[in-house]
Design a binder for this molecule. Structure first.
Ligand code: GRF
Length: 220
């Protein structure tokens, strides 16, 4: 089986990038990170890439006159690097069709909540403020909306009565570090199938073959 040729887009600390790099190193994920791209010159993700000899590139969004021009520059860099699958790991910019059409159903995101609940920023605080008893994280294909694309897998995290935003966020991100490499390995194994809408109003869905796409809940 061919390794997944990954491009990772990150704007911040890049701990999910680290989890992916670690899983590759341990032989748990059959993939190669061809390029790490960031729009922030101070993103710690750059250091993480450099440490293991992965090329890292900064493309600053404010250097471009439009979102489309910025996206086109990223597409060119990713293609040049031989990237076939794009992973958003804390990338804080919305992607336009210019980007998404260049990698159709090949852009993945991780979100720190059980979508479709609590999309957008600070999902952990949103979950606490609402008073839900469980939250978690979601890996999904990216579409033009904010955290609206077809869901591949979710991992459930219990909310405790004494949780603060930080205590909850720490447990959610620990789960992200397991879920993202796991889903990427399923893709490498050919287990993830896109199911087109069955009715005119229907949604594109995802079928995952041979494994449970819901982690963190005990099987009955
Ligand atoms: C994670 O919480 C992820 O769910 C969200 O952005 C954060 C990125 O964290 N999309 P890191 O940069 O991977 O540490």
């Amino acid at each position: 089986m061919q390794p997944l040729e990954l491009g990772v887009l990150a704007s911040g600390s890049g701990s999910n990038l680290q989890a992916i790099l670690d899983a590759i190193k341990k032989g748990k994920l059959n993939a190669r990170v061809r390029l790490v791209l960031t729009n922030k010159s101070k993103a710690y993700a750059i250091e993480r890439a450099k440490r293991v000899g992965v090329p890292a590139m900064v493309i600053r969004h404010n250097g471009y006159e439009s979102r489309e021009a910025f996206d086109q520059a990223m597409v060119e860099a990713l293609r040049e690097a031989g990237v076939e699958w794009v992973v958003l790991a804390g990338f804080m910019r919305l992607l336009t069709p210019t980007f998404l059409n260049a990698f159709p159903m090949r852009v993945l995101n991780i979100h720190p909540a059980l979508l479709p609940a609590f999309p957008g920023v600070d999902a952990q605080q949103q979950a606490l403020d609402y008073g839900v008893r469980a939250t978690g994280c979601t890996v999904h294909f990216v579409d033009a909306g904010t955290d609206t694309g077809p869901i591949i897998a979710q991992s459930v995290v219990e909310i405790r009565d004494d949780d603060t935003r930080d205590s909850l966020a720490a447990r959610v991100i620990a789960r992200e570090h397991v879920l993202f490499p796991t889903v990427l390995q399923w893709i490498a194994e050919g287990r993830v199938h896109v199911v087109p809408p069955q009715t005119p109003e229907g949604r594109t869905r995802v079928r995952v073959e041979g494994v449970s796409a819901c982690l963190g809940v005990k099987a009955r």
